[in-house]
Design a protein. Sequence first.
Lengths: 280, 446
Amino acid sequence: MTATAAPARLTVGIVKFASCDGCQLSLLDLEDELLDVVRKFDIVEFPEASTSRSPGPYDVLLVEGAISTEDQRREITELRSKAKTLVTIGACASYGGIQALRNWMDHDAVRAAVYAHPEYIDSLATATPVREHVKVDAELHGCPINQDQLRELLASVALGRRPQIREEAVCLDCKRRGNVCVLVASGMPCLGPVTQSGCGALCPTFGRGCYGCFGPKELANARSLADSFLVGREPADVGRLFAGFTAYAEPFRSIVTEMGGIRMDPTGPASARPARGGNA
Amino acid sequence: MHGTTGIEAPGGPRPGIDHDFNVAYITRVEGEGSLRLRVRDGGVVEARLSIFEAPRYFESLVVGRTPDEVIDIVSRICGICPVAYQMSAVHGFEHLFGVEVDPQVRALRRLLYCGEWIQSHALHIYLLHAPDFLGYPSAIAMAADHKAVVARGLAIKKVGNQILSTLGGRAIHPISVRVGGFSKVPRRDALDDLRRALDDAVAGAEETVRMVAGFDVPDYHREPKLVSLVHPTEYPYNHGRIKSSDGVDLPVDRWDDAFEEIHVEGTNALQARTHDGGVYLLGPAARMTLSPGSLHPMAAEALTRTGLADVIRTNIYWSIAARAIELLHACAEARDLIDGYRRPAEPKVAWTARPGRAAWATEAPRGLLFHRYEVDDRGFVSAAQIVPPTSQNQAAIESDLAGFAPSVLDLPHEEATLRLEQLIRSYDPCISCATHFLDLRVERST
């Protein structure tokens, strides 16, 4: 025993539901810092990375993925009861993710399109964010999450304070980086004005319009932006711009619905113009 | 189930004669799956890799979307191999639309794929698989005794991620791949830091090969049918023909001429087989065996030094060595690609959609990944089929579980179960990818 015993490390669990594993991979992608970070915590449950398991309780539980099956609905409730602090990591857990597009679709038709025996599939009609099922203490956004925000989250958890994550639009990062505005200069539809930053304005920096990975910025006037996109475009074309990885987050959700929802029938009047791209 | 070891005591079977092995949650793989193996009277009566990863319905989610939107969407099938999904899709669309990309764009896509192989192989070798051979539950636990080993793995993996970030903006779900090329291509001098980092990665990969070649692996051999892309001069990534060890030879867009997804009786699994029901193996061992002459000279030399070329083909436990050789190949080739890079005049060429079948296969880190899209006359996808490598390997995994099980029956139950779980990890299964078609029967311990 040393005279100054180190404080007990917080026990951490990392679990997943419907998702691609990319956000928990972001933790392993800390690379240079990974071994230092894991020394600060006692990671007791992380099945993607460890055969050692723990049924809880957990001081902190990081949850990836959307709730999309009956089992997952039961399990998130049980996990919540074992976790002092529950944090969602990424667009799936925080907003439903790309699989939430099925919330606009006929679930039976979707299942039948993919599986020979859809009746055997344990699957809810919707894929929904964790906060629709249990209390969530903090959310990290992004598809995938941002590593700086993950570091801040871990630091704040270790210190017992609230994470300090800047809430601002992608446009501000574009200004900081000195990007030429793709929306104004090139007429590309870009969700940057109404999307939370966190990516560092990645898409505009790479010559593309933002497609909303980090979800709507608080109080964003997305409707006004959608209306401006309607000039020269069909409603379905505008709907698809918002029907991405955070489509189920309001106000994007209402815009997708108003623009006609998600079409499983591509023969419908989706667009007046053939698809094309490149420098044409 | 989260939080359970999933290792159950044998219940119903007769002691000493019958054996049941159940792993309710296979750890250190990507995604959620379980193993069930039943032995009666010394014979394996059931060997099942079940998947309870939730279905996400990607083939339906891409219907009604444009080709460039599809590239963004299918990336999200897998956080470990998003580039593979982007590559099979973009090549399929360009093939249908008659798009010829700039040779330097072609080289950059190969470099991007090298980045994915480096991070994925380093992740699997060091963080998921090596703990099996060195006797630890995780790389984090392993780092307490082998810090330099884990640090080397993380350093190599970081270089792979740097390639992805430099070309694609970020390591997970990069954003620059577009039909016709890239939304932006780097200047040559933007690759200087990478070029230097790759010198260390090449040295680290050589050390990796030496390390894994010394591992002690179970002596289990079979002669699987192997399938991969084969290219006359290149180690297979984005181009080549679909070939097998027993004479299949097809254009890259005609996977379905020889293979199909079938409904396995008694489950609702769709597994890929040959048309006559044959089981086959994809991945590093298949690629290395079918394309021995196109490995980078450094990787070919390292393979010769290990003397493992034959057992890599016949013993799946040696897949870690195959992955290490490919890690070295990807690091060395990435360096060469940067040395030969000249920035193209335009990042992408113009294109117009045409209706028809957009199909292509590329080599994901885990093996051949086939995509087929039907495109309507306005350029929207009207149907999709995505056949990930793990779905194609699933039958081979189950066949190997049945073949390997008799050799572990005399071991203590828990150790035998772990050996079987290690066999599954040897395939580097990517279960999130495979979910659209694997057995989704839920089988969990409580």
